[in-house]
Design a protein around this ligand. Structure first.
Ligand SMILES: [Zn+2]
Length: 256
């Protein structure tokens, strides 16, 4: 009934993967998409997808890992795009939050991987943190290369930014912060985004939703985020959950 469109099952915090997968399947999560941070975690995602029928994966280099994004790394990421369970390129984007980042390398890596997604006919899972203006500029400049779709994962921007993202034809994915007590403007965003452009995710093991904040997050908690979104949209969760799955399958066309 649910889908977690962005999680990190490869993360060592979730090392008992059998238990994590059993746990989410029992709670009605049918599909989990493992988002990668680098070539190694892309390959781990592939291994998980080959082991568990419910797991799919994305391949790509996260902006915070971009210093290691050389030709060899690119080749390893590229090689995975043709895998039948590789549903996206991601997560890719910009992250200016942590000090010491290499802005130009992040921008170059982001654009190169947008190109990769276009060439391999895959949608993109985008990470943007403290970098809204540059992210929007790159997406607008490369709009034609977004032909296979994209999602702003763990969206945390304003209604105005959401409008620009929607105008580019992208999906907006909500994560744990939607359930936080201080969510404020994110609640307005959730009310604003049309139902057919909404996705939900956990970004586990990070960002556990309320009332589990501070604990290790797992994909089964996507039900709490979907429930919050349903409340904001004034629909039943039984109505919303299939819509989210339909949206995910429209974007990630390799999902079965
Ligand atoms: Zn992530």
């Amino acid at each position: 009934m649910f889908i977690d469109t962005h999680c990190h099952l490869h993360d060592e915090k979730l090392k008992d993967t059998d238990a994590v997968v059993d746990g989410y399947l029992k709670d009605g999560v049918e599909i989990a998409i493992n988002a990668a941070c680098c070539a190694l975690t892309s390959e781990k995602g592939k291994e998980l997808a080959e082991k568990y029928p419910s797991v799919y994966f994305a391949t790509g280099c996260h902006p915070s890992d971009i210093l290691g994004f050389d030709e060899l790394e690119f080749e390893r990421i590229y090689k995975l795009t043709s895998h039948p369970k590789c549903v996206a390129v991601g997560e890719i984007g910009l992250d200016y939050y942590w000090e010491g980042y290499d802005k130009q390398k992040q921008i170059d890596g982001f654009i190169k991987q947008i190109e990769l997604a276009y060439q391999t006919k895959l949608p993109i899972s985008i990470h943007s943190r403290s970098a809204t203006a540059d992210t929007l500029k790159i997406l607008k400049d490369n709009k034609a290369k977004l032909a296979y779709g994209a999602v702003m994962h763990c969206f945390s921007g304003s209604v105005e930014t959401a409008r620009e993202i929607l105008d580019l034809g992208l999906y907006i994915s909500f994560a744990g912060p939607l359930t936080f007590k201080n969510a404020n403007s994110l609640l307005e965003v959730a009310k604003y985004v049309p139902l057919d452009r909404c996705l939900t995710e956990t970004d586990s093991p990070y960002l556990s939703p309320h009332p589990l904040r501070g604990k290790v997050n797992t994909p089964k908690n996507v039900s709490l985020i979907t429930a919050k979104l349903a409340e904001l949209k004034c629909v039943n969760i039984e109505e919303l959950a299939p819509i989210i799955i339909k949206n995910a399958k429209t974007l990630f066309t390799k999902l079965l």
